[in-house]
Design a protein around this ligand. Sequence first.
Ligand SMILES: C[S@@+](CC[C@H](N)C(=O)[O-])C[C@H]1O[C@@H](n2cnc3c(N)ncnc32)[C@H](O)[C@@H]1O
Length: 212
Amino acid sequence: MGREFLDVFEEWASSYDDAVTGNDPQYRDVFEGYDTILNEVAKLTVGNVLEFGVGTGNLSAKLIAKGHTVFGIEPSDPMRELAQKKFPQLDIKDGDFLQYHKPAVEINTIVSTYAFHHLTDEEKNKAITQFYEILADNGRIVFADTVYKNQAAKQKLHQEAEANEYTDLLHDLQTEYYPFLQDLKVLFTQNGFQFEAKQCNKYVWLIMARKQ
Ligand SMILES: C[S@@+](CC[C@H](N)C(=O)[O-])C[C@H]1O[C@@H](n2cnc3c(N)ncnc32)[C@H](O)[C@@H]1O
């Protein structure tokens, strides 16, 4: 479920860690401050962690270094294999935002970076409903991902990508399910979360949703 973009990662896995350091001009602005963004997510994390879309394991490694127990979920075989090779101590299972192995221990924080936009709004709603059920009392969700502040911001980002002839980026922006900030706020609040958001770069917002 929500796995429709996995082909992208068959191709991208081996060069993904290059892209996040700014080596791919098309995605430089998307990954601007990548390390700081991951550190901010780690700073807001408490207790046991369930992480979705682990990718090459960069956030998981930071969380483990801070002493958290991390249960990673990643649907892409090449991404999972890379992460496991880089960080053999990581617990990563095949799964996705909607179908995954639920750890037997209490989960205090659900984290994810650069991944939630793979779900349609309907799938996002379903995932958030499930997050509420599995999170412990006072649990929280800490996400970082591309979000449009409003329609004008969306138009500007698409126009810039087009003007720069960033065809891969433009294709992503046009085909994946990047949400509007207000819609995301509604999804979280109607599922029982208190919602906060902060912009990190031109594309990425840090989202913190506390279970009420
Ligand atoms: C752009 S990468 C981000 C990786 C990592 N979180 C990071 O911040 O570098 C997106 C990741 O989301 C994963 N993904 C794609 N669809 C997903 C889904 N439905 N559920 C969970 N993860 C998904 C991809 O396989 C990929 O590893």
